[in-house]
Design a protein around this ligand. Structure first.
Ligand SMILES: Nc1nc2c(c(=O)[nH]1)N[C@H]1C(S)=C(S)[C@@H](COP(=O)(O)OP(=O)(O)OC[C@H]3O[C@@H](n4cnc5c(N)ncnc54)[C@H](O)[C@@H]3O)O[C@H]1N2
Ligand code: MOO
Length: 396
């Protein structure tokens, strides 16, 4: 049976997902969240013609060199201007304050001299008007932010300037993370001679948070069906991600254990390297489950290729593979039958594929900032050839 390509596998996963619901989120907690509803302006911004500088509000016809204007009032930000400006008159004005009726420009205070209740203007040749017109940033009813956008500090600023204290966002997917393996101990715990530290759980927790999810670490399970089912039982998550135990060995128990409890799979293995044993399906209660292989590079590369799009799907947003072109700095051999994502270093459009591509090597992962994609059976390439690279979420 031939395995699906990464694109086919991803499409099966996304078809089998339903987006989560939405919730109101206070702006201070909204960074990284995805808008479920648009943000629309309810009034003009600024809501009045505003001064851009500290100085004098005047009429353009009076703004001539040497003009001596009578001071008839003051306009400060947050206060009503009060005065109306007539011919030969000026109002003291400050940055952000409303232009008084009758005025249509501002003379900065560096270009005027005050004596008592009179202000005399300097030469104003080429001076700007220093007025920010009403609605110059946006107008009432303008669409400011579309549904599906991920919020960042600048977009939060826009929602705040539209008067929004909260925004409607898609719920953050709670992702249960289950590492399996008799050999695993938590970093920091005592490790025996045959133990290794659980590398994938902290890495994937960070990855999930970057993708807008909420990682929920489940108790690490030994390689038995009972331990695996016990670790998953009655845990609150929207998506289960299992790590390890995905291959064909006698101790790879994750799929058999979950299947015995009603799980159904739509992907069982993918023609990708690293990560061939990756699988996807639904638990007996319908919640989605993504099975990642235990080798750290396999788990993290497949998180990039499959977990990121699945998390996007749960948040109701589209995902596009972040591919860009680069020029090879190294020769590459012919590729085998699986689509290969090679750990690499990219800089200024040139890419160096790292020497050892073994999927257990965490040092190589940590040194890489890109993956070179090689299609199945791609011919050998010499340095100077064009390749496609993806810039993974973990490397940003
Ligand atoms: N006969 C075959 N053997 C294997 C095949 C195959 O097709 N036929 N596939 C290989 C491939 S490809 C991969 S990838 C691995 C994946 O195996 P599993 O997903 O079953 O992972 P494990 O066997 O549990 O672990 C593999 C490796 O990774 C270490 N590991 C596991 N979990 C973690 C963790 N949380 N943190 C750090 N390291 C972890 C584990 O100790 C093993 O060394 O299977 C091949 N075998
Ligand atoms: O696909 Mo495995 O991830 O080659 O090591």
């Amino acid at each position: 049976m031939s395995l699906p390509t990464p694109a086919e596998a991803r499409s099966r996963m996304l078809q089998a997902l339903a987006p989560l619901g939405a919730e109101e989120v206070p702006l201070e907690a909204a960074d990284g969240r995805v808008l479920a509803e648009p943000v629309t302006a309810i009034r003009d911004q600024p809501p009045y013609d505003a001064s851009a500088m500290d100085g004098w509000a005047v009429r353009t016809v009076d703004a001539v060199s040497g003009a001596a204007l009578s001071i008839v009032g003051e306009s400060a930000a947050g206060h009503d201007a009060g005065a109306h400006i007539g011919p030969g008159e000026a109002v003291r004005i400050f940055t952000g304050a409303a232009l008084p009726p009758g005025a249509d420009r501002v003379v900065i205070q560096e270009q005027a001299r005050r004596t008592g209740m009179t202000v005399v203007l300097d030469d104003l040749a080429d001076a700007p008007a220093y007025v920010r017109p009403r609605g110059g940033d946006f107008r009432a009813q303008d669409g400011l932010l579309e549904a599906g956008l991920r919020l960042n500090p600048w977009r939060i600023a826009l929602a705040a300037s539209a008067g929004r204290a909260t925004v409607t966002c898609t719920s953050r997917p709670r992702v249960g993370l289950l590492s399996t393996g008799d050999e695993l101990v938590a970093p920091g715990d005592a490790a025996g001679d045959r133990h290794i530290y659980d590398t994938c759980t902290p890495a994937l927790a960070a990855f999930i948070a970057r993708c807008g999810g909420l990682p929920v670490a489940l108790p690490r399970a030994r390689d038995t069906d009972a331990a695996i089912l016990e670790a998953v039982a009655s845990r609150p998550f929207d998506l289960l991600v299992t790590i390890g135990g995905a291959s064909v060995g006698d101790h790879d128990r994750v799929k058999p254990a979950l299947k015995s409890a009603g799980a159904q799979l739509v992907v069982e293995g993918i023609a990708v390297r690293p990560g061939k044993p990756t699988w996807f399906g639904h638990l007996g209660d319908g919640r989605p489950v993504l099975g990642l292989p235990g080798n750290p590079a396999s788990a993290l590369v497949c998180a990039e290729l499959f977990l990121a799009p699945v998390l996007a799907g749960l948040q109701g947003i589209a995902w596009a593979e972040p591919l860009e072109a680069a020029i090879l700095d190294t020769d590459l051999p012919a590729n085998g039958p699986r689509e290969h994502y090679m750990r690499a270093l990219v800089s200024e459009g040139r890419v160096r594929v790292l020497n050892d591509q073994d999927s257990s090597l965490v040092t190589v992962m940590a040194a890489a900032n890109a993956l070179v994609r090689r299609l199945p059976h791609a011919p050998p390439l010499a340095a100077g050839a064009k390749v496609h690279v993806t810039r993974p979420i973990w490397a940003t």
